[in-house]
Write a protein that binds this ligand. Structure first.
Ligand code: ADP
Ligand code: MG
Length: 254
């Protein structure tokens, strides 16, 4: 087993001639919270998406729990896995999107219970009970039978977090989980993520919430133009940055 929950080495990704990730190295230990900051277009979403093979990499490797993601090694060559195996890997990696992406025609509880039953073939009664526990954990036990459209954005995002957790993932990735929310709803979602962090979950969070990063992150990573320009504890990166790109970014968002 690897000492890292997530390990990226030399990850490269281009869209046509546009190189979006130019050799990313990133290592996250189990139970650690990593916050990724950086200007729009710097490659943050693409980076997260490579971790569960929503994007194929052009070079380098991604490992979760020590296992290669998306590919199998044969000699010194890598071959892409079959879709079925990729889906199985994805089930080990929770993903929370900016726009919640709940299924509108399913109730809150059905949203949470769907994948564990459909993809992991777990018993329906057990999954339903666990869905209620997860909804209680995000403060929404009383909304189990509502449809998403009846909920606020903050409530919908908390359902999306419960849904991600229902797969019992090894790591959870968040892509700007509060960016689509009205300001007064941001706190309730950040509180839920902070609870997960305190509970020892391994999290990678792309966000512009600097105060949250300072409080919750073990490591802050600053990306710019497809590269990691600086990484370290929040006190170092946020309060005493060494790289001019970090200084410029922080001056812009603070
Ligand atoms: P960020 O999340 O930091 O704002 P992204 O990873 O979304 O950055 O995007 C980085 C760059 O990659 C941008 O220039 C964006 O236009 C480009 N890009 C992202 N996804 C695609 C895609 N599917 N096809 C073409 N270009 C893309
Ligand atoms: Mg993005």
């Amino acid at each position: 087993m690897s000492e890292f929950a997530i390990e990226l080495r030399g990850v490269r990704k281009s869209f046509g001639r546009n190189e979006v990730l130019s050799g990313i190295d990133l290592a996250v230990r189990p139970g650690e919270v990593t916050v990724i900051l950086g200007p729009s277009g710097s490659g943050k979403s693409t980076l997260l998406r490579t971790i569960n093979h929503l994007e194929q990499v052009d070079g380098g490797t991604v490992r979760v729990g020590g296992g290669l993601i998306g590919y199998r090694r044969k000699g010194d060559k890598l071959y892409e896995l079959h879709e079925r195996e990729i889906l199985r890997q994805r089930a080990r990696i929770g993903f929370v999107f900016q726009n919640f992406n709940l299924f509108p025609h399913l109730t809150v509880r059905e949203n949470v219970a769907l994948a564990p039953v459909a993809a992991q073939h777990r018993p329906k009664a057990e999954v339903n009970a666990e869905a209620l526990e997860l909804l209680a954990r995000v403060g929404l036990a009383d909304k189990a039978d509502e449809y998403p459209s009846r909920l606020s954005g903050g409530q919908q995002q908390r359902v999306a977090i419960a849904r991600a957790l229902a797969l019992r993932p090894e790591v959870v990735l968040f892509d700007e989980p509060t960016s689509a929310l009205d300001p007064e709803l941001v706190g309730e979602v950040l509180d839920v993520i902070q609870d997960l962090a305190r509970g020892g979950s391994t999290l990678v969070i792309v966000t512009h919430e600097i105060g949250f990063a300072r409080e919750v992150a073990d490591t802050v990573v600053l990306m710019d133009a497809g590269r990691v320009v600086e990484q370290g504890p929040p006190a170092q990166v946020l309060d005493n940055p060494s790289h001019p790109r970090t200084k410029a970014f922080l001056a812009h968002v603070l």
